[in-house]
Design a protein around this ligand. Structure first.
Ligand SMILES: Nc1ncnc2c1ncn2[C@@H]1O[C@H](COP(=O)(O)OP(=O)(O)OP(=O)(O)O)[C@@H](O)[C@H]1O
Ligand SMILES: [Mg+2]
Length: 517
């Protein structure tokens, strides 16, 4: 039985069709991967099924009494709560029950014997629910999830308003998982996780008994946890039973079939047209020509969508630095408290270095410290006198400006045509660049930011999680461009498949941690 049925959904933005007659069903316990290139409409579709957005056409039906938990691609959290408070909110219905039970005990003090008997019965029922739902082990469960996703490293007593975007996403992810809903809806949950947290989540989802819908561009992860693929392409949503690899095979096969049919049909059309053209004028053959024309008119034409233009990335290199681009002596990084033991680091000219870490040590903090954007707790950092930095920050505030404005503000000397052409190379069409940054899809947004970076010459690229939100093609192209860059690279990433063939060295910052792992 379907627990969710979305029927004949169509939706467009500013005249651009995103979904056309798309249908989707979810059965009990199904583990669905919703995939598609950047900007195809995956997040939009999730917003439609969760009721956050109403489709222009179509219906969404949920089975009664279904609970779902939804992790948005960009999540937000209110002020004044600690991480622990937020996680405890996952059990707020149980807290309410406990409060009700305690008030019943209070009432018993002034109640008659009969009343007490009724109250005792109610109390017993509530007690049973609390026991069964593990209410008295909530704290243990919270710590287990918090450890698994690296929240314990941040500190459960931190106010959530002080957290970075990535940390906030982790808190919300932990909360949604703790709620244990009948359906989990996760939009790119691995974007802000380290490798070991992804492993934890993989394991969690593999053993998840309820259903989930997952959007992800992280193919190894997606492959491990899903067994049904919904593919969104050119406004169409298609269901494939099986793993991601099965999907690839079936998709290829289907594409070949359609291409063959298309060719066959094109030939038939050409033959018929030719016949009509040659015979329609002559009286003797005019009737035959008319009947062929009718046949032609009846043909339901197969259309093949043009291949999507793949982005091309290219980082401009500046004059070289000396042999040592950046060096650090007895460096201790952190904010109030030190995060590392003193370490000595050398970033040699033209070396490509990936930085990985498995315990929320603050890789972004390390990058910022090495760039002298924040002061170290201890130690000295030296930059080569010719160091010119191209820095891709992990996240930026979403702005109200259009993509084109955003780009132009930084490069006012470019002509309109030059700006559009630079953005187009990165895979952004006119429709995208006249949209506001905040409504662009995650991948489109990242591409605008990458495009800005590509306009400047630099001799060191500092990239903080550049693959977040990027689809497969864009990731592949980014790997190629980083590899081809003639200069030094410092790269933080949680995707070894992305950086393994790109870098010469991998730094594991967990080795420098002050914490015992
Ligand atoms: N409110 C809006 N107004 C105009 N265009 C929008 C709006 N919201 C989304 N879009 C556009 O609709 C398309 C689909 O966006 P959506 O965020 O659903 O893509 P996605 O498949 O989730 O992509 P990604 O993989 O990059 O996250 C994008 O091209 C986006 O720019
Ligand atoms: Mg999205």
């Amino acid at each position: 039985m379907s627990i969710l049925n979305a029927l004949n959904i169509s939706h467009s933005f500013g005249g651009r069709q995103i979904l056309e007659d798309a249908s989707f069903r979810l059965l009990k316990g199904e583990h669905i991967g919703l995939i598609g290139a950047n900007g195809e409409g995956k997040s939009t579709f999730l917003k439609i099924i969760t009721g956050e957005m109403t489709p222009e056409i179509g219906t969404v039906e949920w089975c009664r009494h279904i609970t779902y938990g939804y992790l948005d691609q960009y999540s937000s959290l209110g002020k004044g709560k600690t991480i622990k408070d937020v996680l405890r909110d996952a059990f707020s219905h149980l807290n309410d029950l406990e409060a009700e039970m305690l008030s019943m005990y209070d009432k018993m003090a002034d109640a008659s014997d009969d009343e007490i008997a009724v109250l005792m019965e109610d109390v017993g029922e509530i007690q049973e629910i609390l026991d069964m739902s593990g209410y008295y082990t909530i704290d243990t469960k919270i710590s287990e999830y918090a450890n698994g996703l690296g929240l314990a490293d941040i500190g459960l007593d931190r106010d959530v308003s002080e957290l970075s975007g990535g940390q906030r996403s982790k808190v919300l992810l932990a909360k949604v998982l703790l709620e244990n809903p009948m359906i989990l809806i996760l939009d790119e949950p691995t974007n802000f996780l380290d490798e070991n947290h992804i492993e934890w989540l993989t394991n969690f989802l593999q053993n998840y008994e309820n259903a989930f819908i997952l959007v992800s561009h992280d193919i190894p992860f997606l492959t491990k946890v899903t067994n049904i693929i919904y593919h969104l392409e050119n406004t169409n949503l298609t269901r494939y039973k099986g793993t991601y690899e099965d999907f690839l095979r079936m998709y290829d096969l289907k594409k070949q079939q359609v291409e063959q049919e298309y060719k066959k049909q094109q030939k038939k059309i050409a033959d018929l047209e030719d016949f009509v053209a040659r015979n329609k004028a002559r009286a003797a053959t005019a009737t035959l020509a008319r009947s062929r024309q009718k046949e032609l008119d009846k043909i339901e034409r197969i259309t093949i969508a043009p291949e999507k233009i793949k982005p091309t990335f290219n980082f401009k290199s500046d004059r070289s630095t000396g042999k040592i681009a950046i060096s650090a002596e007895n460096l201790v990084i952190g904010y109030d408290l030190p995060l590392t033991k003193p370490v000595n680091l050398t970033v040699e000219r033209n070396k490509k270095i990936a930085i990985k870490g498995v315990n929320g040590l603050g890789k972004s903090t390390l990058l910022k410290t090495l760039l002298k954007l924040i002061p170290p707790i201890e130690g000295k950092i030296e930059h080569d006198q010719f160091l010119s930095v191209g820095y891709f920050e992990q996240e930026e505030k979403c702005s109200d400006k259009t993509a084109l404005q955003e780009f132009w503000d930084e490069f006012p000397s470019l002509t309109n045509a030059e700006a559009r052409s630079a953005l187009a190379k990165c895979g952004l069409t006119t429709e995208h660049i006249t949209s506001k940054m905040k409504v662009l899809s995650g991948g489109e947004n990242a591409k605008v930011r990458l495009c800005k970076l590509m306009q400047k010459e630099s001799n060191i690229l500092v990239l903080d999680e550049p693959t977040n939100h990027l689809d497969i093609d864009a990731k592949e192209e980014l790997a190629r461009a980083v590899k081809a860059f003639k200069g030094t690279v410092l790269l933080v990433s949680h995707e070894p498949e992305f950086y393994n063939n790109v870098v010469d060295e991998v730094w594991d910052v967990s080795e420098w941690s002050t914490k015992i792992v």
